[in-house]
Design a protein around this ligand. Structure first.
Ligand code: BJW
Length: 234
């Protein structure tokens, strides 16, 4: 009987909502060198370019075209109706899990709708574009605001909470992630090493596919609701 579940989601869970994944041929990295837009060094070198990259994505996320899909909705339903504990750990910076109703949620790579001041460290909401001229509403400094995103070389957020849940869970499910970015890609080993069952739901086999007990390939909007119904009927 499963009582503690940790779910890791990646870009694939939001793909059918119209948000590009990273590593597909036409993905987000297609037009950008990763280190230019997703590293602290890239931000120091060309903050305007990095702001533009995230401003474009924020505008898209807030447009009327983008909505949660059946996979997000099913995961929120699981949290609401499952008798045990569910922790949803997302690598995604969109807010589609929240829009679907998930609350036990960790954004380990940050959030597109938050900004952080490098001067006073305050984290605040943002829906407008950021620029090098943006002023921090707390400390009034200019050119210190950055998107609240975890870039390469930076520590993902809420690591102790995530690791504790992984060591205690009896089921770990990875959805829509290619398994290329650590520490998230190592979570299957951490959970399995402590006796958890492991399941991958993905469009194609991830880089860590062989480490999972079970794998189902297909669209998240189909696989996730099916799996949620199975778990709720156990
Ligand atoms: C569908 C679908 C559909 C599509 N249905 N599925 C050498 C070895 C090991 C590690 C390192 C190393 N050198 C450096 C590192 C560490 C580094 C790292 O992992 N680098 C790799 C490149 C090797 N990691 C870091 O630096 C991290 N920090 C860190 O390690 O700190 C130190 C530490 C030490 C010990 C413990 C803890 C910490 C930070 C990583 C930050 C990642 N940031 C990014 C960008 C910022 C966010 C943003 O702009 O949005 O986060 S990178 C990017 O990749 C983004 C994503 O969250 C992340 C993962 O991508 P994801 O989600 O897997 O997307 P894709 O596109 O790769 O895959 C999509 C999948 O969906 C595919 O499989 C499709 O098939 C599938 N799919 N449609 C179902 N409809």
């Amino acid at each position: 009987m499963v009582s503690k579940v940790v779910i890791l989601t990646g870009a694939g869970v939001s793909a059918e909502s119209g948000i590009q994944t990273f590593r597909a041929a036409d993905g987000l990295w297609h037009n950008h060198r990763i280190e230019e837009v997703a590293s602290p060094e890239g931000f120091t070198k060309d903050p305007a370019l990095v702001h533009q990259f995230y401003n474009d994505r924020r505008r898209q996320l807030l447009s009327a075209d983008i909505n949660e899909n059946a996979a997000h909705v099913a995961l929120a339903k699981l949290e609401q109706h499952f008798a045990g504990e569910v922790l949803l750990v997302t690598q995604n910076i969109d807010d589609l899990h929240e829009r679907a109703g998930s609350t036990q949620l960790v954004h380990m790579h940050g959030e597109l709708l938050k900004k952080r001041c490098l001067g006073c460290e305050q984290i605040t909401a943002v829906t407008d574009d950021l620029s090098v001229e943006s002023v921090c509403e707390y400390c009034n400094s200019t050119a210190q605001l950055r998107p609240h995103i975890v870039w390469f070389g930076e520590m993902p957020l809420q690591m102790p909470r995530i690791e504790k849940a992984l060591l205690q869970c009896d089921l770990f499910v990875s959805i829509g992630t290619s398994g290329n970015v650590y520490p998230a890609a190592g979570y299957v080993q951490l959970a399995a090493g402590n006796g958890a069952e492991t399941l991958e739901l993905n469009l194609e086999a991830s880089a860590t596919n062989s480490l999972f007990d079970q794998c189902r390939l297909g669209l998240a909007s189909k696989l996730v609701p099916e799996w949620v119904e199975e778990l709720l009927s156990q």
